[in-house]
Design a protein around this ligand. Sequence first.
Ligand SMILES: [Zn+2]
Length: 387
Amino acid sequence: MKSYLAMKKTKLFILLPLLIYSLVSCKEKNKTQETTDKVQLDQKKDGYLKRIDQLNIDFFKNHNEIEKVVLSKLENEGSEYFIENKCYDILARFESTLELYCQICEKLNIDNTGGLLTSYLHLNDTANVKKQYELMKDDENAFIYKEFHKYRDAGKTLESKYISIKYDERVEAFANAVFTHVNDIESFIIQEWDGLLPPKIRVILIYSDGPGPYNPSLNETFLPVKSTPISNSFQVAGSIVHETFHLVNLNLLEQKCKFEMDNDMNSFKFLDEGSAQLIESKFMNKFKENRAEVDEYSKSLVLDNTFDFNGLKTSWFELFSNPDVHIYSLAYSFAYFLEEKYGEEKYKALFLPTTKITEDSWIAYVENYFGLSIDELIEEWKQKRIE
Ligand SMILES: [Zn+2]
């Protein structure tokens, strides 16, 4: 598994990298094999793998059942089974098997830049967090984890039906302040995504500053809040709503698409991040003021005429580290534009499809859905900004 982490320009926004489902390694087929071998391989798949494949189609809904099946397989056949069948990634998805997952990664010497580190952090194993950080030090994203081994778990978890918050003992007051918003968060996410929610949305509040990475296996976001004033706790609540949107839409799109939802899909991130901010602003009742702000910013860039807007579709990740452009603001403004043009219901349903998506790619799906190419939509959005 690759590592999934990201930076953003303001620390309270988090880029949620795409979730890649843990069973990928079980499904992986050796590309050099002949078709007949593949058929034999499929036939050889035992009942466990077939069952997990089936249940994984809706991981959120079947979460508890999958955990039971995994635990029973472990009890009967031990961890060797998971290693031999290359399907141990699923062990990273449950607290009950997380330690074992780390042991297997160590044993197999898996290069896990970030993924293993965040698993260790969840286990409060800061010695191994530090070791992982040392190992990945040359990675361009390593700086994000620089302070993580200094985490001092408070030993308490703030827990509601859907949300679970762990925190550093030095930010206890902040954690409690965030938790005062939990009922608001839950009523909002239930109203938006009833029946589609993950079993647990996990958050760890860290005593540091900087961007927040994400562990997709556990649905866990790391929020550095050292210098965030307590009066901003509602913004963190907004971030939780934002992340939940990502979790929900990706789980659903994975089920409905023929194509793979890929971590490097620029055009997806462009639309996805815009929409996540839009939903966040609705939760925070900041719809109008935020819109005015990001539309104004987009307008200034259109008038400036030096930025290639189509790059948002093709080079999102490249633009990500460009300090001169606020791509999140642009994505945000574009999301407002789409919602206004197509109406709230239609826009929302783009990310929450109820039937199978027949197109072969994300772009084809979006363009058929709106009846215009993304380039045409971008052009129209730009024109609107300077009207
Ligand atoms: Zn995001």
